[in-house]
Design a protein around this ligand. Sequence first.
Ligand code: HEC
Length: 192
Amino acid sequence: MKSIVSAAFIFAIAHSASAVEYAQIKSIFSQKCYACHAVSKGKTKGDLALDTPEKLAEVIKPNGQIVPGDPAKSSLLTSCKLPDDDDDSMPPKGKNRLTPAEITALETWIKEGAFTGSGPAPMVAPTATAAPLPAAGSVQSWTSNDGKAIQATFMGLQGDGVLLKMAANNEVFLVPLARLSPESQAQAKAAK
Ligand code: HEC
């Protein structure tokens, strides 16, 4: 039970001050993408679906079309930003494109870790461009910006997030830096 509590706990930290909730993103996907990318509609164009947890897990991962914490590397976002007449733009053919506000919401949500709200936060592995792992990382105390504490090992920085390995279960989570207390943010930057 300990590991479940810990995963739920860090998830709570990651969400405590979230500016963009998944419900908002889901509504955008549902209105603008599900017509061609939903298992429930029997349409998975380009083998991409955005409506089931299994299919989302294929999309939201390091090297997926959505890279948690890294909007610039997220090709799904890029295709939504392309001009209407670009062949690779999504949705295609200039129809039902995302509004600037929807683009910003999607971008912010990805930056904050692209949490889908079902189950624990997506596990992420350090990418090749992430800071090198400390040779002998030790467990430290980290606090969220609302004062909760966890024990975890620093694994590196990725985008605007910090990769922390939970002492309780060895699971790695990407926690947006903005979720941490100023002291813990400084600790993360110093560890880098
Ligand atoms: C009218 C149908 C249609 C809609 C609506 C649509 N797409 Fe697509 N999408 C396609 C087709 C067809 C492909 C595969 C062929 C291609 O790449 O052009 C595709 C491919 C993609 C890919 C590339 C998949 C890969 O191979 O990596 C992404 C990412 C994508 N769509 C995202 C979106 C997003 C996000 C939305 C909503 C904002 C969306 N699409 C809405 C038809 C659609």
